[in-house]
Design a protein around this ligand. Structure first.
Ligand SMILES: [Zn+2]
Ligand SMILES: [Zn+2]
Length: 153
């Protein structure tokens, strides 16, 4: 659980390091996304609810995610230019450290009973899938359970 005053301090430090003075920071009241980069207002904002709920590390990662948007501009989206800059400033991407930056934007995550994660950009079919890390052949014991994710801004 991050302390909001501290979050504000990290934001100021990181933004001074990577962005010019035209950018400012604020908290917003979003409940479904952790952060936002507003190019018109030149403002990076974090959800105060999620910032308070997330770990320090998660909050810093969200800040780096948004700072990278601010730096590379709206056209880059979450494409390779954004990904490479984000990685350069220390963004590791996603909630888990096993996911690559690109995997973070996969809409579907599957988890096997042993905790291996796989990522899909398209809705998984109805056919059961078992974990390839646990067993090379289909194995009922290692069925993947699928989850749909909240979009990331
Ligand atoms: Zn597995
Ligand atoms: Zn983003």
């Amino acid at each position: 659980m991050a302390d909001l005053k501290e979050v504000q301090r990290w934001a100021a430090e990181l933004m001074a390091k990577y962005l010019d003075e035209s950018w400012s920071f604020t908290f917003d009241r979003a409940k479904t996304r952790a952060g936002k980069c507003n190019f018109d207002k030149r403002q990076v904002s974090l959800s105060m609810y999620l910032a308070a709920k997330h770990s320090d590390e998660q909050v810093k990662q969200t800040l780096l995610h948004e700072i990278a948007h601010a730096k590379v501009g709206p056209k880059a989206g979450h494409g390779p230019i954004w990904q490479s800059y984000a990685a350069q400033i220390g963004y590791t991407g996603g909630r888990t450290h096993t996911a690559s930056v690109a995997d973070e934007f996969a809409k579907y995550v599957g988890i096997c009973p042993n905790g291996h994660e796989i990522y899909r950009f398209r809705r998984p079919g109805t056919k059961p899938v078992s974990c390839a890390k646990c067993s090379k052949r289909f194995d009922q014991r290692y069925l993947i359970r699928w989850y749909e994710r909240q979009p990331v801004d």
